[in-house]
Design a protein around this ligand. Structure first.
Ligand code: ZN
Length: 419
């Protein structure tokens, strides 16, 4: 009895003293703001202990050294707009996924999507709604946090909220109750629904401020300014934030005035509305990749066929947003295209005119700040979480190099380490 107690004490004593120390170098280190040459990063357990010029950082005793030739080291990338419970619509259309697939089946897929996201170097993701899979995202996040499955640290929306009549799936026999892609609520009922979603684990409240429910299928506002203001007030009092899907100018205007922190999609942004967003410190998530890929699913031969109107709109709104100086985050609406292909959005941001350094900032420090995680992730500096990725090449010269992942660390744990 005494002996076994001693062994337990020894084991626990050892565990608490054990330290994982890494000394990591790469040709270039992007710290979330700037690119540096000849830097090193020291990791101790789950935290970044030090970062700076190699010459000034001694290798700590007992440190495991990690170094790859011709590489760039970056803070773990942050996906700003994912749907881990969806997969590409050219495989299975959205209606079928929402209506015919069980939550259990969709969750099984989501565990693989989460792993693919992490292995692609995305150590954090904001998930914008399960689209009909209830609060399975809250459980997925728990399983990741408990180390049951590998995946990015998550911020989740749960069901998200839509105005009655606006959202899909549509055009089914109205005699049947259809499970929608988000939870419908209106007027004063919104107070209860927001609180209910918070109680069930939503980290933020996602609102569809418009939808393509206009007479000709055009994007028209769904909620009134009063409704959005109510949602925001109730959300804020819990210490959370409201974020809005909004493409039309009027929906964006209402969302911004009501207090939304981020605008998703923004297909019809012009310099006037972008300036309003900037004035209110709203961050814009352009989701370029979703429109690009949906257009291709519908038959667009990119680079050969004429550019579809939706892509033309995206290019124009993105250029106007860039010109206005509104803060632009990185979020591709991944799920529409394969999880693990998240870098596609960053490639398109460059293609549509953003400077590569700005794109790297968007996927790290800008996203971290927009999600109130900047004291935790998004930069390489002492005290932040050891979320690191190493890729072969230099994304400032070629954004696609971000696909050549050698090494992924999250919370100081190595998930990928290969030549
Ligand atoms: Zn989305």
């Amino acid at each position: 009895m005494k002996r076994s107690l001693l062994i337990i004490l020894l084991l626990f004593g050892k565990a608490s003293l054990a330290q994982n120390i890494y000394y990591i170098t790469a040709d270039r280190v992007f710290d979330g703001q700037q690119m540096h040459e000849a830097w090193a990063v020291i990791v101790e357990n789950d935290l970044i202990k030090a970062a700076g010029p190699k010459a000034q950082l001694a290798i700590p005793k007992g440190a495991v050294q990690i170094s790859y030739p011709n590489t760039t080291l970056s803070p773990g990338l942050i996906e700003g707009h994912s749907h881990l419970f969806l997969y590409p619509y050219n495989i299975t259309d959205w209606d079928t996924q929402v209506l015919k697939e069980t939550d259990a089946y969709r969750t099984a897929r989501a565990t693989v999507h989460a792993r693919n996201t992490l292995m692609a170097g995305f150590t954090t993701a904001r998930d914008l709604g399960t689209e009909g899979a209830g609060y399975a995202d809250v459980a997925l996040k728990r399983a990741i946090n408990e180390g049951i499955i590998p995946g990015p640290r998550l911020l989740v929306a749960g069901r998200a909220i839509v105005a009655t009549g606006s959202y899909g799936p549509k055009n089914y026999d109205h005699d049947q109750e259809i499970m929608l892609g988000a939870e419908p609520a209106d007027g004063n009922e919104l107070i209860r629904v927001v609180r209910d979603q918070i109680g069930k684990g939503a980290d933020f409240i996602k609102i569809y401020a418009d939808y393509r429910w206009g007479l000709r299928g055009d994007d028209q506002p769904s909620f009134t300014l009063d409704e959005l203001t109510t949602i925001n007030e109730v959300t804020r009092s819990s210490g959370r934030v409201m974020v809005c899907h909004a493409k039309s100018k009027e929906a964006i205007r209402r969302a911004v005035l009501a207090g939304a922190e981020t605008i998703e999609h923004g297909d019809f942004i012009d310099t006037e509305i972008a300036s309003l967003m900037k004035e209110h410190n709203v961050v814009f998530y352009p989701t370029l990749a979703a429109v690009d890929m949906i257009s291709q699913y519908r038959g667009w031969k990119k680079g050969i066929g004429p550019m579809p109107q939706s892509v033309i709109n995206k290019k124009k709104s993105f250029a106007d947003a860039l010109a206005s100086g509104v803060s632009i985050g990185m979020g591709g609406d991944v799920g529409v295209f394969p999880h693990g292909d998240n870098v596609l959005e960053m490639e398109l941001m460059v293609e549509y005119g953003m400077k590569p350094l700005q794109v790297l900032q968007a996927a790290t420090s800008v996203n971290a700040k927009a999600f109130h995680l900047d004291n935790l992730v998004g930069s390489i500096k002492p005290g932040l979480k050891a979320d690191l990725v190493i890729i072969t090449g230099d994304p400032l010269k070629n954004m696609a190099d971000l696909r050549k992942v050698n090494f992924v660390m999250k919370d100081g744990v190595i998930y990928r380490n290969e030549k």
